[in-house]
Design a protein around this ligand. Structure first.
Ligand code: MG
Length: 389
């Protein structure tokens, strides 16, 4: 199986390479293409190890460096600028690009009628109006590489008729590093604090999203887009152990859950191997060690991002695109030390007040929604930074 990895130097990309490495010397997987933004040394090392036919580098200076280096050692590897080209070479594309930039990979994979192992939630959230029709193309399919959606994907295999049988999707949330904290006690938390995720090892943007529960909010929108279930039938339940990765409740009251140790390699291997199961185990539970599983309601007053996401999801149209873009800006400002943690929700809320109610029908419409939201969110972040001094 020919695998292309978009965002190969990020957290999902590296773990995909680990999954492929774990499948052994005579692996049926062949890494045919890689893409990265600007991590020159890392992508060079990956290219020399896996010998893909193509490497796409977005950032021009980095691309030039990679091209010069590979010309000396591996002249057969083609270096291109656009990660959308990856899909032409592969049977499955793993989209591990962080943020809105992942949209072109999502679209080109589906247009090429290939399987998309999707870890880039923003592209689906922001661009669902243009991505949804592409899923009807022959051969095009999305297998989610997000632990919750991958869990739901697995649980739904227990039904022949999802729209008839499913009464509720239950997305589990670890609660992040600040679970149980009051809004007041979170006033002055640092970037370092927000990056201490209790159960998952992930990139910085998603780890901050997890600390605000925006990650879960985006996942609610993602679940709506992926599985076609209405917002009233999608619930969030906090489950600090991160063993139950999500659940589906059926109309007869039966709930089917997917359990495994928290390791993203399992969803990655699932998406590569579907409809079969990976021969390697990435998350078997030691039941003698596991003493309890806890569940609780999310604290929606302290973690306001969750309801902001539900609101944007229910508005639909370009509102999820606005939400996602505003969140990216707010998190960037927080990581750069510009604004406080509790201002992330405020930036998003204020940005959404400027949402213009557009219904996007083209990629350009979505790009415009993304751009506009960023303009507002950047302005609002700057104002909040000012007001602190
Ligand atoms: Mg997740």
């Amino acid at each position: 199986m020919r695998v292309a990895i978009a965002g190969s130097t990020g957290s999902i990309g590296k773990q995909t390479l680990e999954v492929i490495r774990a499948s052994g010397e005579s692996s049926k997987y062949q890494v045919v293409a890689l893409s990265a933004n600007s991590s020159v040394d890392e992508v060079l090392e990956q290219a020399r190890t896996y010998k893909p036919s193509m490497v796409a580098i977005a950032e021009p200076v980095a691309r030039k460096k990679v091209a010069e280096q590979l010309k000396l050692t591996d002249p057969k590897i083609e270096v291109v600028d656009d990660a959308a080209q990856l899909a032409t070479l592969a049977d499955v594309v793993v989209n591990g690009v962080v943020g809105f930039a992942g949209l072109t990979v999502t679209m080109s994979t589906l247009k090429n009628g290939k399987r998309l192992a999707l870890a880039n939630k923003e592209s689906l959230i922001a661009a669902s109006p243009v991505v949804a029709p592409l899923r009807k193309i022959a051969g095009a399919e999305i297998v989610p590489v997000d632990s919750e959606h991958c869990a739901i994907h697995q649980c739904l295999r227990g039904s022949q008729n999802v729209s008839r049988d499913v009464s509720r999707l239950l997305l589990t949330a670890s609660g992040g590093p600040f679970r149980g904290r009051t809004a007041k006690s979170l006033k002055d938390v640092s970037v370092h604090d927000a990056l201490q995720h209790p159960t998952w090892s992930m990139g910085p943007k998603i780890t901050v999203d997890s600390s605000t529960l925006m990650n879960k909010g985006l996942e609610v929108i993602e679940a709506h887009a992926l599985f076609g279930v209405g917002y009233d039938a999608i619930s969030v339940v906090v489950h600090p152990q991160s063993i139950v990765h999500s659940m589906v409740e059926f109309r007869d009251g039966a709930t089917i859950a997917q359990l495994s140790m928290p390791d993203m390699k399992l969803p990655i291997a699932y998406a590569l191997e579907y409809p079969n199961r990976s021969a390697n185990s990435f998350g078997a539970i030691d039941w003698a060690e596991l003493s309890r599983l806890d569940f609780e309601k999310p604290d929606r007053d302290t973690f306001r991002c969750l309801d902001l996401a539900y609101q944007a999801g229910r508005i639909g149209g370009s509102a999820p695109a606005w939400l996602s873009a505003a969140n990216e800006i707010a998190v960037e400002s927080f990581l750069a030390g510009g604004v406080k943690w509790n201002q992330i929700a405020s930036i998003i809320e204020s940005t959404m007040q400027h949402h213009d109610g557009q219904i996007p029908t083209t990629v350009d419409d979505i790009l415009e929604a993304d751009r506009l939201a960023r303009v507002w969110a950047t302005k609002i972040s700057a104002e909040m930074k000012e007001s602190q001094v």
